[in-house]
Write a protein that binds this ligand. Structure first.
Ligand SMILES: [Ca+2]
Ligand SMILES: [Ca+2]
Length: 177
């Protein structure tokens, strides 16, 4: 059961063009250790991450994601984060990780898959504008909106509990989990 889910995740990871060169690499276990854990995240670092993710997700280099591409990216990212127990934040100087809070690593259940897809499409239409396409700036704005919700003291930096809240938002974990 798990291996089927993981193979599905691997195929989706490949389809979404995420940072793994092969399904084997994606499923060989976390390639990151405690040393990679971030202790703070700034808005600037998040903007860099958003640019990197958007560039990779826009595989045909059309300059925009449609709702299906955005939903696929969101589902694959959520699945990977939940299998690993952390989300990866990319930067020019390497990658850092943020641990998810309150979950045991596992594959997305079918009902979670459906929920994540719906949440992602809702976020897509909130940020994509009237053209129904999400460009790099709109993607960055969607990421920034997640950051602002997690920045409880509104000082432009996420730390401690704010990082956990942000990681769970990135993985589209429901508030009740
Ligand atoms: Ca747009
Ligand atoms: Ca803060």
């Amino acid at each position: 059961m798990i291996s089927v889910a993981m193979k599905t995740a691997a195929a989706a990871i490949a389809a979404a063009g995420l940072a793994y060169t092969s399904a084997e690499e994606a499923l060989s276990g976390p390639a990151y250790g405690d040393d990679d854990r971030l202790t703070a995240l700034t808005e600037e670092a998040l903007a860099e991450h958003a640019t990197a993710v958007f560039t990779r997700a826009d595989r045909d280099r059309s300059g925009a994601l449609n709702s299906d591409e955005y939903a696929a990216l969101s589902i694959v990212s959520a699945e990977l984060a939940r299998l690993n127990g952390f989300v990866v934040i990319e930067s020019e100087n390497g990658h850092g990780t943020l641990a998810l809070a309150g979950l045991t690593p596992s594959a997305l259940s079918q009902s979670e898959h459906v929920r994540v897809d719906a949440v992602a499409r809702s976020a897509f239409y909130r940020h994509a504008g009237n053209d129904g396409l999400m460009d790099a700036q709109e993607y960055a704005n969607a990421q920034q909106a997640m950051f602002e919700v997690a920045d409880f003291n509104r000082n432009g930096v996420l730390k401690r509990g704010e990082l956990k809240a942000f990681a769970n938002k990135q993985a589209l974990v429901s508030a009740g989990v």
